[in-house]
Ligand binder design. Structure first.
Ligand code: ADP
Ligand code: MG
Length: 273
């Protein structure tokens, strides 16, 4: 079952400024899928709602050490990460509602868009072979549904971007703005950023609309789109209310199997452009 580990930690940002497209669901389930495939994963919850923290069963009431302390107070990443109690090989940096203030509190801070990047790069388990066995193979960053300073920090910290696209009518709307933002970040802040992965989510194979949208996404993005599509499944949406990923809640369900397949594709494709 285990796959070879990448030569270097792959930092992937899961972003799309549209809400409800499956960013959080994708982050936690791809993380769990990669872990099942033998990879060590750090999930950073960058959304003040803390939905990824909930799904991974990490406490995130106000005042819990987490992403806010990392970004605003300069806490070390290793000091704010916790092991996920449900999934072996996954660590999590939780987000609390305090993070909602960070967009404003960071405005006057020097190099405010580089805070997350610095924290990730300073982590002793991020890097290449020199880091040793305990190295994180993947850092997955779950973004809020906006293109503000939090998402900007994520884009500056990542090599790769994973964009979940919901297979529905307005799927491609707003993507232009997202891609312009990525281009801007590439040009001025992080030349190594690229959109490595597009994942079609909440796919309903019974409708012609979903098939049409999927085809349009593939025409537009070509090889960046994973072959695996995530089906719409009640089990996927139920899992967070049990503080679980669907991978542990119902591993045999279509949603869990699709996320495991998506994780395998991501691992097998490798991280280079
Ligand atoms: P985002 O993080 O982009 O806002 P979420 O991952 O929170 O999106 O997903 C939005 C809603 O859709 C959530 O209620 C989630 O449980 C549900 N959902 C996500 N993926 C699926 C799926 N494959 N099948 C059914 N419901 C899903
Ligand atoms: Mg979310």
């Amino acid at each position: 079952m285990a796959l070879p580990r990448p030569a270097q930690t792959r930092v992937m940002v899961v972003a799309n400024q549209k809400g409800g497209v499956g960013k959080t669901t994708t982050t936690v389930n791809v993380a769990a899928g990669l872990a099942q495939l033998g990879q060590r994963v750090l999930v950073i919850d960058l959304d003040p709602q803390g939905n990824a923290s909930t799904a991974l069963n990490i406490e995130h009431h106000r005042g819990t050490l987490g992403t806010y302390d990392l970004l605003v107070d300069g806490a070390a990443l290793a000091d704010v990460a916790q092991p996920c109690p449900e999934v072996e090989r996954v660590d999590v940096v939780p987000a609390t509602i305090d993070l909602a203030g960070a967009e404003i509190e960071l405005v006057s801070v020097v190099a405010r868009e580089n805070r997350l990047n610095k924290a990730i790069q300073a982590h002793p388990l991020v890097g290449g072979a020199e880091v040793g066995e305990g190295r994180y193979d993947y850092v997955l960053v779950d973004c809020p549904p906006s293109l503000g300073l939090l998402t900007l920090n994520a884009l500056v910290s990542a090599h790769e971007m994973l964009i979940p696209i919901q297979a529905e009518y307005y799927a491609l709307e707003g993507l232009g703005q997202l891609i312009e933002t990525v281009e801007m970040v590439k040009k001025h802040l992080n030349p190594s950023l690229w959109i490595s992965t597009i994942l079609i989510t909440m796919y309903d194979g019974r409708t012609r609309l979903a098939a049409g949208v999927a085809e349009e996404v593939r025409e537009h993005f070509g090889d960046q789109v994973l072959r695996t599509m995530i089906p719409r499944s009640v089990r996927v949406s139920e899992a967070p209310s049990y503080a679980q990923t669907v991978m542990t809640y119902d591993p045999g369900s279509t949603g869990a199997m699709a996320y495991l397949e998506a994780a395998r594709e991501i691992a097998q494709r490798g991280g280079k452009a």
